[in-house]
Design a protein around this ligand. Structure first.
Ligand SMILES: Nc1nc2c(c(=O)[nH]1)N[C@H]1C(S)=C(S)[C@@H](COP(=O)(O)O)O[C@H]1N2
Ligand SMILES: [Mo]
Length: 201
């Protein structure tokens, strides 16, 4: 009997989590590191974050100024295009809504750009409305450099390559342009629920 009930519990757990796991993904418990190049080491004293492009007055924060912005704590599932999904990741950071507060722009897209040269493109709609953060803590600790510290973009509803590590700013654009991976075969949008992994998906 105990064998049967154990099996039953196992299936129920799978069913509960599979509704959170996009097609083609599997759940991992560790936190893999995926970087296209070496980890840039950015000193807090040198770090700045900027909003530029289609904006009258670019906005810029030092680390000290940025840390004074209102923060949010969020717990989200993340999905990498290499097929791992990590459930319930806990972050603290600044909502992109806060960063863009008061900004008037005709732009419909953003290019996130990073220390080290990485870029990734997103519709403005996908980084506003409570969908994206510039995160600087993971699991209650300062974000480790390998995972993007001092700060990274967090856009959990899209594949994780959109969550630019070591993010340095957002460029507001009228026209969608491919970022680093999007120029190298990855999908321009990257919705994990529609398996938009590569060009043509
Ligand atoms: N600057 C930068 N950001 C990046 C990447 C990168 O190579 N450079 N890789 C992306 C990819 S493909 C993934 S899956 C995640 C990996 O984040 P992690 O190393 O914290 O797991 O970061 C994304 N952000
Ligand atoms: Mo990835």
């Amino acid at each position: 009997m105990s064998f049967i009930s154990r099996g039953f519990r196992g299936k129920r757990r799978d069913a509960a989590s599979s509704s959170r796991v996009p097609p083609g993904q599997y759940v991992v418990n560790d936190f893999p590191v995926l970087s296209a190049g070496p980890t840039p080491r950015v000193a807090f004293s040198e770090w700045t974050f900027v909003v530029e492009g289609e904006i009258d007055q670019p906005k810029k924060w030092t680390w000290e100024e940025f840390r004074k912005l209102p923060t949010e704590e969020v717990t989200k599932d993340i999905h990498c295009v290499t097929k791992w999904t990590k459930l319930d990741t806990a972050w603290k950071g600044v909502s992109v809504d806060t960063i863009l507060e008061g900004v008037e722009t005709s732009a419909e897209y953003v290019m996130a750009f990073s220390y080290g040269g990485y870029t990734t493109n997103l519709p403005l709609e996908d980084v506003t409305g409570g969908k994206a953060w510039v995160a600087y803590e993971f699991d209650g600790q300062p974000l480790h450099p390998e995972h993007g510290g001092p700060a990274r973009l967090l856009v959990p509803h899209l594949y994780f390559w959109k969550s630019a590590k070591w993010v340095r700013g957002l460029r507001l654009l009228n026209k969608d342009e491919p970022g680093f991976w999007e120029s190298n075969g990855y999908n321009m949008y990257g919705d994990p629920w529609r398996e938009q992994r590569y060009w043509g998906d």
